[in-house]
Design a binder for this molecule. Structure first.
Ligand code: ATP
Ligand code: MG
Length: 231
């Protein structure tokens, strides 16, 4: 039954997702249920290949499940067509990937403005928001640097600013510190923690880093194609 309560942000009901290999199908998720409350922080942990990215891609609507439903504030997402789903992602979800996928040759500011430009916001208002978000992540003095001239940690902070510029309801991060050294990793951990505490941002973070996982309210993993609490 759809839960439209204020506390629940998202629910996954009996979601299955498999991939066809050579003559076999890998069932990554099978009748998996999951619930995300508003304001909570969740770590997704576990061995390589268990389906963490697959789960995140379905929650973020980058990938459609084979069966089952995903509801956001009670709305069944996968009954929407691709354009509506793209708009949902643009306004409601922020993504941070292990490899930041910033646009080379463009400045930090331009990169952070892109989601707003895609969302057809006025250039002035999106520039203002992008500026304040870059300041928020400690890059106020790097606005006009091209992203390839920034350090790895700075690039990841630009990616976080880009993920947050539309003020999403949910931040999804897939190994956000996987490619950073310890010091830059710690800076990104601190930033994620602040974002939750100060903005009440709901976030799901896939990580192999136990320090980051322990900072989250709860940890889950995938076992037998279901989502279960992790130790
Ligand atoms: N597009 C695809 N086509 C075929 N198989 C896929 C596809 N995407 C994922 N898989 C398979 O599904 C399983 C889960 O993959 P997924 O990327 O979700 O794992 P993961 O837990 O994120 O791993 P890692 O920690 O290495 O990133 C793997 O066995 C993978 O090979
Ligand atoms: Mg992965």
């Amino acid at each position: 039954m759809a839960d439209t309560g204020l506390k629940t942000l998202m629910t996954m009901d009996a979601v299955s997702k498999g991939f066809n290999g050579k003559g076999t199908t890998i069932h990554v998720l099978k009748d998996a249920d999951f619930r995300i409350d508003r304001g909570e922080t969740i770590a997704v942990v576990g061995a390589s290949g268990i389906g963490k990215s697959t789960l995140l891609n379905i929650i973020g609507t980058l990938d459609r499940p084979d069966s089952g439903s995903v509801a956001f504030q009670g709305q069944d997402l996968f009954s929407l067509g691709d354009p509506a789903l793209a708009q949902f992602r643009n306004t409601r979800i922020g993504f941070v990937f292990q490899f930041h996928y910033l646009l080379q040759g463009f400045t930090a500011l331009e990169n952070v403005m892109i989601p707003g430009l895609i969302g057809r916001k006025s250039k002035k208002s999106i520039e203002k928001q992008a500026l304040s978000m870059l300041e928020r992540v400690g890059l106020g003095s790097r606005l006009f640097h091209r992203v390839e001239d920034l350090s790895g940690g700075e690039q990841q902070r630009v990616a976080i600013a880009r993920a947050l510029v539309m003020k999403p309801d949910l931040l999804l991060a897939d190994e956000p510190t996987g490619n950073l050294d310890q010091q830059n990793g710690r800076a990104v951990h601190g930033l994620l923690d602040e974002l939750n505490k100060e903005l009440g941002m709901t976030m799901i973070v896939v990580t192999h880093n136990m320090k980051l996982a322990r900072m989250m309210d709860r940890c889950v993993t995938i076992e037998d194609a279901r989502i279960i609490p992790a130790e």
